[in-house]
Design a protein around this ligand. Sequence first.
Ligand code: ATP
Length: 294
Amino acid sequence: MQKTYRRAFRPGHEALRGVDLRVPVGSAFGLIGPNGAGKTTFIKSILGIVQPTAGTVRVLGGSPEDPRIRARIGYLPERLHLPGSWKPHAFLSTVARLKGLEPERAGIPRLLERVGLGDALERRIGGYSKGMRQRLGLAAALMGEPELLILDEPTDGIDPLGRVEVRRLLQEEVRRGTTLFLNSHLLAETERVCDRVAILARGQVLREGRLGELASNQSRWLARFEPGADAEALARAGFTAAGPEGRYLVEAADAAGLNAALDKARATGALLVELKRDAQDLETVLASAMEVAA
Ligand SMILES: Nc1ncnc2c1ncn2[C@@H]1O[C@H](COP(=O)(O)OP(=O)(O)OP(=O)(O)O)[C@@H](O)[C@H]1O
């Protein structure tokens, strides 16, 4: 899919340059990338708010412009416009009606409770803090148990403990079978909630896949030996010390190579107590993808 924003008397701006992404049903999909990468443009294309210049978007087996498809999607936009003089219940009742639900049966009190606004029911939205507004937006997105939840920076403005609550709530939704599409600058949040990630930069997908696969270095292993291992002898066997507690890194292309290295380590008298693939955090994955693309 491509999207070029047309500008009067100037060349158009290519926000998306041939993006081809599939979000599996039931997955928790995270979109990450630097400012201006095209993330919000992509989200707006999935929702039919922005028309692609080329290519097509299919959502839940149909077109994003089909109102029946839209009714199955919950969306939290990056910038929320809320009626300041209203109370939250009245706002959510209107959202319910727009979604074709009867407000009395839309579970509004429970939703307000779930997003942590149970104590603010009698306050006008205009007096809400940024985080409270965000929580209310989230309640609107969750209304009607959508099959697909599209959230653009959902925890923006929410305090650290509130973020933990929101994360739990999103995890509950995914367990319920909802497909989650999350755009967040908070990589730790994406890492904790999502099982698949795509890295978008300058309108193109740099990397995409299961988080575990993107974040693990397939040929590097982290070994932990019982204290007292001979570091010099281990270095000669190909093991590089990596921090305290007898941790070492070793490169091995396959199982045979790994076992050969471990045999050498054991021959030095070192006793292996733990072995795992060397996993990188999402920040490192993003930084190295950006470096390769530069
Ligand atoms: N309505 C518009 N008209 C013209 N250009 C636009 C419009 N919306 C976005 N752009 C441009 O398209 C590019 C992608 O913007 P977009 O908002 O999709 O990025 P983003 O990855 O969501 O950024 P951020 O992380 O900063 O929110 C940017 O260069 C932006 O300036």
